[in-house]
Design a protein around this ligand. Structure first.
Ligand code: GAR
Length: 206
């Protein structure tokens, strides 16, 4: 069975990308192959992680592509020319258009650092999500992996995991606990779930 070719989209440090790389090296992503990393931020540390793991990586910025439409056109061309089957948004802090998402139905997944439908949607990303959770005073938060559709953080939920909020938490300590206990566990698991489904669909279509 041909592995499903996965592109990982990143914007920052890439710890979720690292979780995917580590899971793959432990044999926990048997239906997928990490085939491309795309950063929309120049010099993102995630690019160094890709290079170290021997995964082809490139940077595409909205600025260099002349805006969102140009960015998505360039991205689509790269994905097609490299035979990519599915996308994983792993700390990709930009919103893809509904038109782009519609080209990849149930083929794009995203990790969000909260229990959707709490603390999600436009403007809720990175540390901001944890700042808002602490401000609200929730005692439990977590992470969600969902399919990407035209609604920001609005696609079908694949996996969720709850994480306790502790009284002494800062946004930074909470972010770290959510990553360790939820994100790095859920994302590789969800990537394998989708890759296995796509591999089976591919097999039954031939
Ligand atoms: C992660 O916490 C991820 O869930 C979040 O950004 C961080 C990226 O960290 N994503 C979002 O907020 C998306 N709305 P990483 O670059 O170390 O994986």
């Amino acid at each position: 069975m041909e592995p499903i070719r996965i592109a990982v989209l990143v914007s920052g440090g890439g710890t979720n990308l690292q979780a995917l790389i580590d899971a793959a090296s432990r044999g926990e992503l048997p239906h997928g192959r990490l085939s491309l990393v795309v950063s929309n931020v120049k010099g993102a540390y995630a690019l160094a992680r890709a290079e170290k793991a021997g995964i082809p990586a490139l940077t595409l910025t909205k600025k260099a592509c002349g805006g969102q439409a140009g960015f998505e056109k360039a991205l689509q061309a790269e994905l097609e020319s490299r035979g990519i089957d599915m996308l994983v948004l792993a700390g990709f802090l930009s919103i893809l258009s509904g038109d782009f998402a519609a080209r990849w139905p149930r083929r794009i997944i995203n990790i969000h650092p909260a229990l959707i439908p709490s603390f999600c949607g436009k403007g809720f990303y990175g540390l901001k999500v944890h700042e808002e959770a602490l401000k609200y005073g929730v005692k439990v938060t977590g992470a969600t992996v969902h399919y990407v559709n035209e609604i920001p953080d609005g696609g079908e939920i694949l996996l969720q995991k709850a994480v306790d909020v502790l009284p002494e938490d800062t946004p930074e300590t909470l972010q770290r606990r959510v990553m360790e206990q939820a994100e790095w566990v859920l994302l590789p698991r969800a990537a394998e779930l989708v890759a296995a489904r796509l591999a089976n669909e591919k097999e039954s279509a031939t």
